[in-house]
Design a protein around this ligand. Structure first.
Ligand code: GDP
Ligand code: MG
Length: 437
């Protein structure tokens, strides 16, 4: 999966101070694969990664940020910006304002028509009228009537007529007669791009001159979404996109594809079948979703873990060379404290777990140990063998502990060191791996 692949490329990225052609190549390949997995159109994914590469190359990596993290941020920001850099208000000019729906059959036009009417009525105190122009399927008209009744919005339809242009015109007239200020025109779609459907919706558009034409698309459509959106846009020059069924498990790559290919804003997202399951479009959230931000977060954590493993190896070497000292001891205590369930994990930490196994591990236990170590001079920490009686007394005083406490820690430390050394000898120079942090 994505996180595993990115983890692999992180190994390459890690430790580099700058983003270079070489160290981003694999990450970019993985980002592209992630986009394709999210059903982003192939050409769009390719173009996008090339653009990101341009942006990323040569950027200095601050010491606090790893190149991999920076790449993820660049990719994420670029995605969000690309999908969200245009106004998303719908145009309600005109008396009445006219909103025309377009899109394939099953994309969610009828459902969205109801949702939009509900939104305008409840949130903007508008008086919408729904108009049923799907003349091919009586069930479609019935569907709109049922929805209209649910949200208590008037609906105009004509079961006798087979002429959508005429129905649309009469619908607008009806709105004026009823004093409605917004007309929402639901139209017929086909299962695929179809010349007759296109001519029909074009004719409706020309006849009623809507203030807003919306293209409704199922977010699960995947790779096809680009062609469909392009075709509809060439014919209708629509004003905005409605991305439906985002409550499903799709990654929603269609959002990026459509945005890139037709350059029209995504104005709403459908989040369910209910009339209030409508949301404005959040580019940031969509970017998270397309990239699978959960994955990204976990792999940043994993990069951290790799770092810890490297630290563990360094420690193993010090143990092997008998160089393990109180500085290492202190570092390890800090590592332990960083972790959640310390009791479980402490026993696995080289150098400290054994020394602490008899102690009830809580912050207080650490406190006195830390206090003792902090009271040592750097030289004493690095060379514990110089700690004679005189020094121990001074350390006890300084740390607010007793000489017995200091002695106890020193004994534990010496035992631990011996034990670790022996253990390492048994395992042929190998210490147990550090736990995940
Ligand atoms: P139309 O043919 O374009 O008018 O599409 P419909 O509005 O009839 O929707 C087709 C199907 O998708 C219906 O079963 C809807 O209930 C369902 N649907 C529409 N929008 C959404 C959505 O945002 N989420 C979910 N889960 N289902 C939706
Ligand atoms: Mg319909």
């Amino acid at each position: 999966n994505l996180s595993e692949r990115l983890e692999r490329s992180f190994k390459i990225l890690k430790g580099e101070g700058k983003i270079t052609e070489l160290n981003v190549a694999e990450t970019l390949k993985d980002v592209r694969r992630a986009l394709l997995e999210a059903d982003v159109n192939y050409n769009v994914a390719k173009k996008f990664t090339e653009e990101v590469k341009e942006k990323a190359l040569g950027q200095n990596v601050l010491t606090a940020v790893r190149p991999g993290e920076l790449m993820v941020k660049i990719v994420h920001d670029e995605l969000a910006q690309l999908m969200g850099s245009k106004a998303t208000e719908i145009n309600l000019k005109g008396t009445p304002a006219i909103i025309l729906m377009s899109g394939l059959q099953g994309s969610g036009k009828t459902t969205f028509s109801g949702k939009l009417a509900h939104l305008l009525k409840t949130k903007q105190s508008k008086k919408p009228l729904l108009v049923a122009c799907d003349v091919y399927r009586p069930a479609a008209i019935e569907q709109l009537r049922v929805l209209a009744e649910q949200i208590a919005v008037p609906v105009y339809f004509d079961l006798e007529s087979k002429d959508p242009v005429s129905i649309a015109r009469r619908g607008v007239a009806e709105a004026m007669a009823q004093g409605c200020d917004v007309v929402i025109i639901d139209t017929a779609g086909r299962l695929a791009i179809d010349e007759e459907m296109m001519r029909e919706i074009q004719a409706v558009k020309e006849a009623i001159r809507p203030s807003e034409t919306l293209f409704v698309v199922d977010s699960m459509t995947g790779q096809d979404a680009v062609n469909t959106a392009k075709e509809f846009n060439d014919r209708l020059d629509f004003d905005g996109v409605v991305l439906t069924k985002l409550d499903g498990d799709t990654r929603g790559g269609a959002a990026l594809s459509i945005r890139t290919v037709v350059d029209k804003p995504i104005k709403f997202v459908g989040m369910g079948e209910k009339m209030d399951a409508l949301d404005v479009f959040h580019p940031e959230r969509m970017a998270d979703r397309i990239l699978g931000m959960g994955d990204i977060v976990s792999l940043v954590e994993r990069a951290q873990q790799l770092y810890d493993e490297r630290e563990a190896r360094r420690l193993e070497e010090r143990i092997a060379k008998d160089q393990f000292d109180f500085n290492d001891f202190l570092t390890q205590i800090h590592q332990i404290k960083k972790m959640g369930n310390i009791k479980e994990l402490a026993a696995m930490i080289p150098g400290v777990g054994k020394a602490l196994k008899d102690i009830d591990i809580n912050d207080d236990a650490f406190k006195s140990i830390e206090a003792i170590i902090y009271s040592m001079t750097p030289e004493e920490r690095a060379k514990p063998h110089i700690l004679d009686g005189h020094r121990r007394k001074r350390i006890a005083l300084g740390s607010g502990t007793t000489v017995q406490d200091v002695n106890k820690l020193l004994t534990q430390f010496t035992q631990t060191r011996k034990m670790m050394k022996t253990l390492q000898g048994f395992k042929g120079g190998k210490m147990p791996k550090m736990p995940s942090m």
